[in-house]
Design a protein around this ligand. Structure first.
Ligand SMILES: Cc1cc2nc3c(=O)[nH]c(=O)nc-3n(C[C@H](O)[C@H](O)[C@H](O)COP(=O)(O)OP(=O)(O)OC[C@H]3O[C@@H](n4cnc5c(N)ncnc54)[C@H](O)[C@@H]3O)c2cc1C
Length: 498
């Protein structure tokens, strides 16, 4: 089925489509506007199903904007012996890089240094892991942008990451996919779904779900309504357990800090640092195109699910101390410009998994006739959606094959992406449209985002509140950016009410 509708989302379209949905029975109601829910909406709409997606807050309001922003080949799963999970990651990374969203993914070199004091045998272990990763990369047909891992000596290592300790003995250099921005990926999936007729209803909270629909609160109007559907898929991430009885998740918190790139000598490559006392646990520093370096990651089970988990002092100290153990000059909290954390929606052991890492897999569950799609990761969202829609569509008598492997997202058609230009790498083939939406001047002094991006966010990307605009421009990552941009963002949002 070809896309037949506009891919532009805005407040007027939302109000119109919410009203229409309240008076019809759609084939599929999706609950949750993260990467999983939008992926399901796109797949189902592209197979010809009528689809409505409800999201309690905004697109990518949950875990999907707090990821490490890697479209990765699953190296950590190889180390954990989970070759099947790594293979799925490598295959999906290939689809993303080649067809689905090439503009949003940059091949990133990761330097994995060998330092005095690291456990003996570590180098051989790493070589074996990278060997398997290379086999998966070649078998999944990922193109030359992600070349094979190689060993380089100390001079080359220091040239690649000048801030590393002078006694570095050399490093493996491996290449993986770095996402421009996870929230931008979700918005692109949602708009592509809208172009196939999916109704993207943000600020609509499911209060209660059943096999034939949901009781919903419109958080903008403050009203409640019932939406009816022939099938319901809950893709509410770590919140799924609170909506559907019998879904046991074991959320795990991952914290990151954003360090001013200058404090690390503005590295061109990412680098991994072994956590002292561990054999295969790393903290990694990934340069972002906005003058920051993202340092992560923790992995700690948590009991409480909150909307915006903050970064504790202990988490920040762990990340900075581990990183500093490999540096000539330590980084401190004074170098930190932003902090963020997310909750991984890991499957609980009640679903037959044994051991924490196994739950990186995804699962499609059915509880009282409601489908629940949980687990997985950003890189594999398309495969998760395919598995779910295969089953749901079959139950609705639709046997069309999954179309999403060859379905590019909005912005994916750029002949060439210039990664030195913000609009090119964030919007791909839509660069000119975004530039035409407003002024191309910075939104405020010292802030990387441009004014036209805020205008585009409300005109075409469904932003309704100031926080929605901040999320799309990623002003939410650095509080100083959000504060400086607030006057312009408020003006743009106020324009919606005129
Ligand atoms: C720190 C961290 C780093 C990660 N790094 C990577 C990485 O580099 N690469 C990778 O591939 N994966 C990564 N992951 C995994 C990946 O981010 C997640 O698996 C994925 O984003 C989960 O998406 P989701 O759509 O299932 O959940 P979410 O993004 O949380 O979406 C669920 C949505 O449901 C909405 N919702 C909740 N309740 C309701 C309700 N009652 N009504 C309506 N809507 C509701 C929420 O607001 C939310 O927007 C990382 C995860 C974490 C935590």
């Amino acid at each position: 089925m070809a896309a037949a509708m506009s891919d532009r989302l805005n407040a007027t379209r939302r109000a119109r489509e919410l009203d229409a949905t309240s008076r019809e029975v759609v084939d599929l109601l999706v609950v949750g506007g993260g990467v999983t829910g939008t992926g399901v909406a796109l797949d189902a709409a592209a197979r010809g199903l009528s689809v409505a997606l409800i999201e309690k807050s905004d697109l990518a309001a949950g875990t999907s904007r707090w990821s490490s922003k890697l479209a990765h080949g699953g190296l950590r799963y190889i180390v954990a012996g989970q070759i099947g999970v790594a293979w799925e990651s490598a295959v999906e990374r290939n689809h993303l890089v080649r067809t689905i969203a090439p503009h949003l993914i940059e091949p990133m070199r990761f330097v994995i240094p060998d330092l005095p004091g690291y456990p003996r045998g570590n180098r051989a272990l790493a070589r074996a892991g990278f060997g398997v990763a290379d086999v998966l990369r070649i078998a999944s047909r990922t193109p030359a942008q992600l070349p094979r891992t190689r060993w380089v000596g100390s001079d080359e290592t220091t040239r690649l990451v000048p801030s590393l300790r002078a006694d570095v003995r050399g490093s493996f250099v491996s290449v993986d996919g770095a996402l421009e921005d996870d929230a931008r990926l979700v918005v692109a999936i949602a708009r592509t779904a809208a172009s196939y007729g999916a109704r993207i209803l943000t600020h609509c909270r499911a209060l209660d779900v059943a096999r034939d629909g949901a009781r919903v609160r419109d958080e903008i109007a403050g009203t409640e309504l019932d939406l009816k559907a022939r099938a319901v898929v809950v893709a509410a991430g770590v919140w799924s357990g609170g909506l559907v009885d019998g879904v046991r998740l074991q959320p795990s918190k991952g914290a990151h800090v954003l360090v001013d790139a200058a404090a690390l000598g503005s590295p061109a490559c990412a680098f991994n640092v072994l956590v002292p006392g561990s054999r295969n646990r790393f903290v990694f520093a990934v340069p972002r195109p906005d003058g920051t370096v993202q340092v992560g990651l923790t992995d700690d089970a948590v009991e409480e699910v909150v909307d915006e988990p903050g970064v504790t002092n202990d988490e920040e100290t762990f990340l900075l101390d581990t990183l500093s153990s490999a540096l000539r000059r330590p980084v401190t909290s004074a170098d930190v410009v932003g902090r963020f954390a997310g909750l991984r929606p890991l499957l609980g052991q009640a679903h037959g998994e044994t051991g924490a890492d196994l739950s990186r897999r995804h699962a499609l569950l059915v509880r009282d006739g409601v489908w629940v799609l949980v687990g997985g990761k950003l890189t594999t969202y398309r495969r998760m959606a395919q598995d779910a829609v295969d089953a749901v569509a079959r139950s609705l008598g639709n046997d069309r094959p999954c179309p999403t492997i060859t379905l590019p997202l909005v912005g994916a058609g750029a002949a060439r992406v210039d990664r030195t230009r913000r609009l090119s790498r964030r919007f791909g083939s839509e660069e000119a449209s975004v530039a035409a939406a407003g002024e191309t001047a910075p939104i405020a002094p010292g802030v990387p985002a441009l004014r036209c991006e805020a205008d585009w966010a409300v005109q075409a990307e469904g932003a309704i509140t100031a926080a929605d605009v901040e999320r799309r421009l990623r002003l939410d990552l650095v509080p100083a950016w959000a504060a400086a941009a607030r006057p312009y963002v408020d003006d743009v949002v106020a324009g919606l009410a005129d």
